[in-house]
Design a protein around this ligand. Structure first.
Ligand code: ZN
Length: 288
């Protein structure tokens, strides 16, 4: 059965789900707004975030067709919306996560998140399976304490969850540190990759990650420049605090107007730009 026909059939079974072949055994799986991967090798299958029970059951049905045993499940971080339901994948995989992610899962005590069976503590952990090298890179302080990006050097492909929303602003309320995301992206952009697979949204080229990183820089620059034009050079000084409440509103809207010509075509610009500027404001205020 061709991939296209199978995908069409699949989407009738699980509405909102589809797969995309990325070549040489790597498959991207989308479930509504979520995206994960699995890798089929001669030594078995690696599933990345299991997402949830419904998605995992669907992934298990796909894996059954391939006939290879499930060897690993790799968690990107401890948030339940990405890592619940691994029991529905079946088999007896090693569930691998960073030690801090395992702690996070234990503390939260979710009944539907399978606890990791193996952990690593280093900031970069290499998994070799079936001739494939997967580098798990910890990005501290960006989204959680131990968000892990998965890098496939031979494929020049990077999978990172809850860090970049290509062509979109981050969803308001997501637990993100502005400067932590900047640092994480600077680290990831040192890697040699062409293809970027996000945990939400479409698979894109490296250029889109650069564009997202540039947006964060542009926002910070515009925000600081608008403050300086009003003589608000140090947000911690008493005089700034006295002047700021009257002026901050106009600072916010000046920044929004300045960014609009370049980023106004992003999907959720009008809905999400104000909270995004506020997010930058907290970063400038707290130095984080
Ligand atoms: Zn998350």
């Amino acid at each position: 059965m061709s991939g296209k026909i199978r995908d069409a059939l699949q989407s009738t079974v699980v509405p909102g789900a589809d797969t995309q072949e990325l070549g040489n055994g790597l498959t991207s799986y989308r479930w509504l707004s979520y995206r994960t991967l699995w890798l089929t090798t001669s030594e078995g299958v690696v599933v990345f975030d299991p997402l949830n029970r419904a998605a995992s059951a669907d992934i298990a049905a796909h894996l059954k067709e391939g006939g290879q045993p499930l060897r690993y499940v790799i968690y990107s971080h401890g948030h339940r919306d990405h890592v619940s339901g691994a029991d529905a994948l079946g088999g007896h995989p090693i569930v691998l996560a960073h030690r801090r992610t395992a702690e996070d899962i234990r503390v939260r005590g979710y009944s539907d998140v399978v606890a990791p069976t193996e952990t690593f503590d280093e900031d970069e952990h290499v998994l070799e399976i079936g001739g494939e090298e997967i580098r798990l890179i910890r990005l501290a302080g960006a989204h959680t304490d131990a968000l892990v990006a998965s890098y496939f050097p031979r494929r020049r492909l990077l999978y990172a969850v809850d860090l970049v929303w290509p062509g979109q602003l981050p969803p308001p309320g997501a637990p993100l540190s502005y400067s932590g995301v900047e640092r994480a992206l600077d680290r990831l952009l040192q890697l040699d990759f062409d293809t970027f697979v996000p945990g939400h949204g479409a698979i894109v080229k490296r250029q889109e990650v650069i564009r997202y990183r540039t947006f964060l820089s542009d926002l910070r620059k515009e925000f600081v420049a608008a403050l300086q034009r009003r003589g608000l050079n140090d947000l911690h000084s008493a005089s700034t605090f006295l002047a700021a409440p009257e002026q901050l509103g106009s600072v916010f809207f000046e920044v929004i107007d300045a960014l609009k010509p370049t980023y106004g075509d992003w999907e959720n610009y009008d809905a999400a730009i104000l909270p995004t500027v506020q997010w930058c404001f907290w970063s400038v205020l707290t130095g984080d």
